[in-house]
Write a protein that binds this ligand. Sequence first.
Ligand code: NAP
Ligand code: GLV
Length: 311
Amino acid sequence: MAVLIIAPGLKADWWARELHEQNPAFDVRIWPDAGDPDDIDYALAWKPPPGVLASFPNLKVVFSLGAGVDHLLIDPDFPPHSRISRVVDPYLTAGMVEYVLLHVLRYHKNQPALDDQQRARVWDDRAHELKQADERRIGILGLGELGQAAARALVALEFDVAGWSRSPKTIADVQCFHGSAGLNDLLARTDILVCLLPLTPETENILCEELFARLPEGAYLINAARGGHLVEDDLIPALESGQLGQATLDVFQTEPLPDNHPFWGHRQITVTPHNASITDPRSVARQIVEGITAVEDGNPLPNAVDRKLGY
Ligand code: NAP
Ligand code: GLV
């Protein structure tokens, strides 16, 4: 039994060390030095080049090195017999909650305008007119691991929080909407929209002109999910017409964001380099070793992904 790490651009050595620390008996290999392809039972992968996973005929499980699995399912040759497990980790969740709180609070406290005023040496007393948190309506697209944790943290700060998911949910102090009918109701009552959806054929391009039009004028957008959720050409017109007030984007159609991309210099857009929350090998290696042990012992795969749903 061998474990292969396929993560071009990530610190594969660090992952190998952490796996060994958890279980020194593991035969850990780093792609492209896979050895005999028949040996490979498990892979840890982040954005593997399409077609590579198909070259391992005995691959039982692919462990995504992130919460999202779109980077795996995009591969038309993803082995049909391999299952997928994804990261669900307290550090990853905490990182996302921090990101959402940071950017919600920035908009709630009107900080982008205050930054402009500081640069212009303007002391404007109207800056004292702020809303209370319970007057600020937050809408979260996606009420999974990350969306629910963000919702709970915002509720703890007294925000007026609602969320949207595919299936119905009951979450204390959060107004829950679901399905396409529920989306309209969520949008109509949202001042700050936070996207924490997985990228699937159903959610691709969801953040578009038509959706922005259903938000109250001047709403803020925070996309910390995937670049494929946003129709990038629709964003600047929505900001410049005033339909959206500001946008914070952590993820983009093309990453790294190209040098000449108009988002970089736009004063209503905050760009972060896909660092809203980062997988920490120190805690996730343990989870992966437990997952491999579970499968080897004939137990259910933890954090299994439903390949039909795409998340
Ligand atoms: P998750 O636990 O799988 O939750 C996904 C949520 O989205 C669920 O509530 C699900 O509804 C909902 N959903 C899926 N398809 C939907 C649809 N068609 N309509 C309405 N709701 C839908 O995922 P997670 O762990 O919270 O992570 C969410 C995403 O965040 C990941 O897929 C990843 O792309 C992104 N992410 C980004 C970063 C970053 O640094 N920027 C870091 C980590 C993760 P149900 O509850 O009804 O199934
Ligand atoms: C990061 O983007 C993740 O999916 O964990």
